[in-house]
Write a protein that binds this ligand. Structure first.
Ligand SMILES: Nc1ncnc2c1ncn2[C@@H]1O[C@H](COP(=O)(O)OP(=O)(O)OP(=O)(O)O)[C@@H](O)[C@H]1O
Length: 621
């Protein structure tokens, strides 16, 4: 058995409800998810592992392509040092023709291999990113409510969009180029040494200041990238918070305050972005100056050696070509490095997210509660020595003992913040108790598989949430394999059939397209039909706070009674008519039950519930 969340108030109403500000700085809320340093590397390996054959083939193609491309200056050297003397001295055109043919083959072969390499790399990157985005989505759904309370949906969206996009830019452009540059540097270095030891040594020496510059740029730009990614995340979070809370934004005319707040974040982002570009421009300028000085010095030194007979002319010509090729990518290096920095910051954040484990894990050795005799309603629920504190707050339930007999409806009432929703969420196992156990027919909820728990315990929250899809699909969430007949039967039993058939496409009406025209009450009826179809033994109902005991609500009230009948039910009650149908009322205060009894008995008494009941009655009079 298990808990299916049929609807979620939090999602639809924009952010967690009644969540107090964090008591202490919370690393998760601040976007710094704790994860080992090796997590990004391990994530990358795990993403590439399924494509290792393709990666190996791509590497071979790249080596071959660079061999073809980097071979051409050698041919030039051969043409000058061997081809030209052969023509001049022996009228022999053979070596020059051989050079021309080899040059053509290298150029065409290099181009073709480059094309193959880019296609292979693009294929790998597409699959890796597809897999990564899927993993983020699955993981976000699997993480517990405790995580979602603290890590905003805006941040999650930012992981799956901006961060994946920055990885795409690296994989599709930067990484390919970076690999080509790295392989070419190795080839060129080796060829320069082959051509002339002095030339190779000089090129190597001239690289030293460049390495210092790159190192310095890397350090400075890493810091700017981290600031830039935080700045863009803030922009996204602000956007998503505003849109999630668009109703209260309009109701309280927060538009201009929000505009001002957004403008600050927007400017901050642009400023950091500007800094990053300036840093890059500085790097390009300095690297060009170093490269130009290096090329000029080596060529002049080479010319001196040719003149003094220490080196052949062809070797100098080929060496000059190689040195140009060596420095050529330097201009693009800043861009590639930027790509790399931004992608590695993104990879770190994604790895941090994927490293989080659900606080409500599956049991290592699941148990199945004993089958109940047919026809026996509900299951018994026991809170045994339960204590609970949210991670970011003080204790909400101090040692709590409660037995809910099978088949009974218990109404929870009490002041706001008394702990009613917390109790309901513990029963739905959205959270685990800090101490003690919640038992379902004697089995600890933690020993049930989540699938079984979600089948047996269903929670319906305040605002019935409709997913995109048709009305029928929305009802079928309660039982995905239900046929149309079962769906209609549930809707009829709930009293939703008439309004559904009055919709233009009846059960096939797309709720997203008509979202605004399905009223809150009708949405509740759909949610109740889901529950009826799911047929759980335990139902938890968070009644809409705005519910009133008025005739228009009668349909919802009747539907609720149908859903509760024959199940163990816990209702966070806001209606007089609801508490009146309950078998038992619990009045909560400060995480404790302060009154417990049959509604009629409590009403007849002089306690808090009697007062509350009188106040409700008066408000309806
Ligand atoms: N996600 C959370 N993180 C930290 N504290 C929380 C969280 N949710 C609720 N609380 C705190 O726990 C206490 C009990 O909250 P709970 O929502 O259970 O009360 P409630 O009785 O359902 O109130 P209401 O009638 O207003 O819905 C409150 O002090 C609340 O601020």
């Amino acid at each position: 058995m298990s808990t299916t969340t049929v609807t979620t108030t939090e999602e639809s109403a924009g952010g967690p409800r009644r969540t107090p500000p964090p008591a202490a700085p919370d690393p998760i809320a601040q976007d710094r998810l704790p994860a080992p340093r090796s997590a990004p590397r391990e994530l990358l390996f795990s993403l590439l592992r399924p494509h290792r054959v393709r990666v190996a083939l791509a590497a071979i193609v790249l080596l071959a392509q660079q061999a073809a491309v980097q071979g051409t200056p050698l041919l030039v050297a051969y043409a000058i040092d061997r081809g030209v003397p052969a023509v001049r001295d022996n009228d022999n055109y053979g070596p020059l023709i051989a050079v021309a043919v080899a040059y053509l083959l290298c150029a065409v072969g290099g181009g073709a291999l480059q094309h193959i390499f880019i296609r292979m790399a693009a294929r790998i990157s597409q699959r890796v990113l597809l897999d990564l985005r899927g993993r983020i989505y699955r993981h976000a759904q699997a993480l517990s409510l405790d995580f979602h309370d603290r890590y905003t949906s805006g941040r999650l969206i930012s992981r799956a969009t901006t961060d994946v996009q920055s990885l795409r830019e690296l994989l599709d452009e930067g990484l390919q180029e970076m690999l080509m540059v790295l392989v070419s540097v190795v080839y060129i270095g080796a060829l320069l040494f082959y051509l002339d030891l002095g030339l190779g040594g000089a090129a190597l020496l001239s690289f030293i200041p460049l390495l210092f510059l790159v190192q310095n740029y890397r350090r400075r730009s890493a810091e700017r990238f981290s600031r830039r990614s935080t700045a863009i995340a803030k922009v996204i979070v602000k956007f998503s918070e505003t849109l999630n809370g668009i109703r209260p934004v309009k109701a309280f005319r927060r538009e201009s305050v929000n505009d001002a707040g957004f403008a600050v974040l927007n400017r901050q982002h642009e400023r950091v972005n500007g800094d990053t570009i300036l840093e890059m421009a500085r790097f390009v300028l300095l690297s060009r100056m170093i490269a130009a000085t290096g090329v000029a010095a080596i060529v002049m030194w080479g010319a001196y050696r040719v003149a003094s007979g220490g080196m052949e002319l062809g070797a100098l010509a080929a060496g000059a070509l190689y040195i140009r090729r060596l420095y050529d990518p330097i201009d693009r290096f800043a861009m590639i490095l930027n790509n790399y920095q931004s992608a590695s910051a993104s990879l770190e954040k994604i790895a941090g997210l994927l490293h989080q484990r659900p606080d409500v894990p599956e049991p290592a050795s699941p148990r199945t509660p004993a089958q109940r005799p047919a026809g026996q309603p509900g299951r018994e629920v026991v809170f045994e020595g339960v204590r609970f504190a949210y991670r970011t707050g003080g204790e909400v339930l101090p040692t709590f003992e409660l037995t809910l007999p099978a088949g009974q409806t218990t109404a929870l009432v009490g002041t706001t913040g008394a702990g009613k929703s917390t109790l309901a969420k513990l029963l739905a196992r959205f959270y685990d108790p800090t101490e003690g156990r919640v038992l379902l027919d004697g089995t600890d909820l933690r020993d049930l598989t989540l699938a079984e728990l979600r089948r047996g315990v269903v929670m319906v929250t305040q605002e019935a949430f409709l997913f995109s899809g048709t009305v029928a699909e929305n009802i079928a969430i309660g039982k995905p394999d239900a046929d149309r007949e079962e769906i209609e039967r549930a809707a009829k039993a709930i009293g939703a059939h008439d309004f559904i058939t009055a919709l233009p496409d009846g059960y096939d009406t797309d709720v997203r397209k008509r979202g605004g025209r399905i009223s809150a009450g009708q949405r509740q009826l759909v949610a109740f039909a889901r529950v009826l179809l799911a047929d759980p033994s335990v139902v938890i109902l968070d009644e809409a706070t705005s519910s009133l005991d008025i005739p228009g609500e009668k349909a919802v009230q009747d539907a609720m009674e149908t859903v509760l009948r024959g199940r163990t039910a816990v209702v966070i009650a806001h209606r007089l008519s609801t508490v009146e149908i309950a078998d038992r009322v619990l009045v909560m205060e400060g995480g404790r039950v302060v009154e417990d009894g049959k509604p009629a008995d409590l009403i007849a008494g002089t306690g808090r519930f009697a007062d509350l009941h009188r106040a409700w009655r008066d408000s309806l009079a």
